[in-house]
Design a protein around this ligand. Structure first.
Ligand code: AMP
Ligand code: MG
Length: 286
């Protein structure tokens, strides 16, 4: 109790969670809390404290965006159903001013979207200058569900890894910091969460029969997720691997990753673009 947030991490989340080709996700402890030495209560307290820090940083970015700074941040959330993507948006992004957030949840492509290149709908949803973009699912579905369910021929999805890397590189060059988070829930924990969705009328809406179908393809999904991490974990748009059985942990982990991304922008409050003394006099006389 009483420890400062930074004392509860053995090293920055950015270092601990960075996807590592030598640590396959098959070996990941999805119930783990890597790098965090506190307990659930510490985590919950930390979420509030660090959420306030995140809110301030987001306001700084927004203010700079209003003053002509072109930069933005894009959080990409990927994970199987029930991994907690929606909760991440409510409980982490929920700390910041909604007007500074460009949020998009990507579902099955519409008939119109299907007529376009897979990055077409992504391009349209990119964060504007000064905004924090949040993708709940993303272009990575096109190398995950598309691969597992054979939605396109193999040679098509195989070419997409490179297309995605090129696309993200371009995006980074235009001033967007990309934070990619892959959330991993265990098969057992997922079962419990799905069960809850079937037992509580307020959760039926979250349930989809397709979720159970996807459970049967768990090993194929794991393979697709591993390939995604192996092939798109670039220096300019790195992946972070977040165990998701403990929601309180995944939420503070992503909060730290975002704070880190904001801090690296090294923002200050934009200077006034008017004569402050003159405006004070005008105001006093008004
Ligand atoms: P949910 O996130 O629970 O609302 O579910 C969205 C569904 O849309 C998931 O089953 C995804 O696999 C599916 N989905 C998202 N993007 C794509 C895509 N590009 N192609 C096919 N299915 C997709
Ligand atoms: Mg769902």
């Amino acid at each position: 109790m009483g420890k400062k947030p930074e004392q509860l991490w053995t090293a920055p989340a950015r270092e601990i969670l960075r996807a590592d080709p030598d640590s396959p996700i098959a070996d990941l402890d999805r119930n783990g809390t890597p790098g965090f030495i506190g307990k659930k209560a510490d985590g919950k307290r930390q979420l509030e404290e660090r959420g306030a820090v995140l809110a301030e940083l987001q306001e700084l970015l927004y203010a700079n965006g209003r003053s002509g700074d072109e930069r933005s941040i894009l959080l990409v959330l990927q994970g199987m159903d029930t991994s907690g993507k929606g909760g991440m948006v409510r409980h982490v992004i929920g700390h910041v001013d909604p007007q500074g957030v460009d949020h998009t949840a990507f579902g099955v492509p519409t008939a119109n979207e299907k007529r376009h290149h897979f990055l077409w709908r992504i391009e349209k949803a990119l964060p504007r200058a000064g905004q924090l973009g949040v993708f709940d699912r993303s272009h990575y579905e096109d190398v995950l569900v598309a691969r597992v369910d054979d939605l396109v021929p193999k040679k098509v999805w195989q070419g997409r890894y490179k297309e995605i890397n090129n696309f993200e590189k371009e995006l980074v060059n235009r001033g967007t910091t990309i934070v990619k988070v892959a959330m991993f829930v265990s098969l057992d924990e997922q079962k419990e969460r799905l069960q809850e969705r079937l037992e509580r009328p307020d959760k039926y809406w979250k349930y989809s029969p397709g979720d159970v179908t996807a459970r049967k393809r768990w090993p194929e999904y794991r393979k697709a997720y591993q390939a995604m991490l192996d092939r798109t974990n670039t220096d300019y748009a790195p992946w972070y691997v977040v165990p998701a059985d403990r929601k309180w942990y995944s939420r503070i982990a992503v909060t730290e990753l975002l704070i880190d991304a904001f801090e690296r922008l090294d923002l200050d409050w934009p200077p006034a673009d008017f004569d402050i003394e003159k405006e004070k006099r005008r105001l006093a006389a008004s």
